[in-house]
Design a protein around this ligand. Sequence first.
Ligand code: PGA
Length: 240
Amino acid sequence: MLLFVANWKMNLTRREAAEYVRDLSSRIGPARPAAELSIAPPFTAFDAARDPSERWSLTAQNVASEHSGPFTGEVSARMLAEAGCRFVIVGHSERRRLFGERPETLARKLARAREEGLIPIYCLGETAEERAAGETAATLARQVESLRQDPSSTPLVVAYEPVWAIGTGHAATPEDAAAARQHLLRLLGGRQNLRILYGGSVAPENAPALLEFSGMDGFLIGGASLNPAAFAAIAGVGRP
Ligand code: PGA
């Protein structure tokens, strides 16, 4: 099933989240949508973003690399599982770049997620410099290494998010996304139950062509997902 994840990043208070949920809920209607939807709110808005009717699940934007203890400001996988999360984003380029998350840390986060039955949405993608140097394939191969210890029989979501496309308004072309997908399938060939998403400036205007011609299993959506109408349109659910 196609998967569409709304990554709110550091946006929407509890009150704003509740308004969003009211809007999205009325757009979708009472029935389960044809695509799988998930919302990744800030931790403070988990309760406000939750859907009692389970038309969408909750995704955590981050998880601690340790189990518990003196790690001020961190939230553990066990806490996220108890809060009802289904997925957790690991390795988003903002975490790698702005918070210095290293491959070893990401491997530990993946392990913590697995211990609690959370499905990782593991993000990877090349920078503009790497792309210009023809190093896209090598970058993806290097980033996939963090999954080496991850059990290959468990469901996994990988999000191809070229850094140059995130928040820039310049999405990858369907051809570029398709090429990255083929490369990732080769790198992760042995995995069962793998879904590959595209992320980076997905909008209602470019989503249909990206989905049709890239072969992707859905999208990880940032900016556009802050608007419930745009999120529903991208996911192709509910009334316009
Ligand atoms: P964007 O962000 O859709 O705003 O480009 C995507 C992401 O960072 O997951």
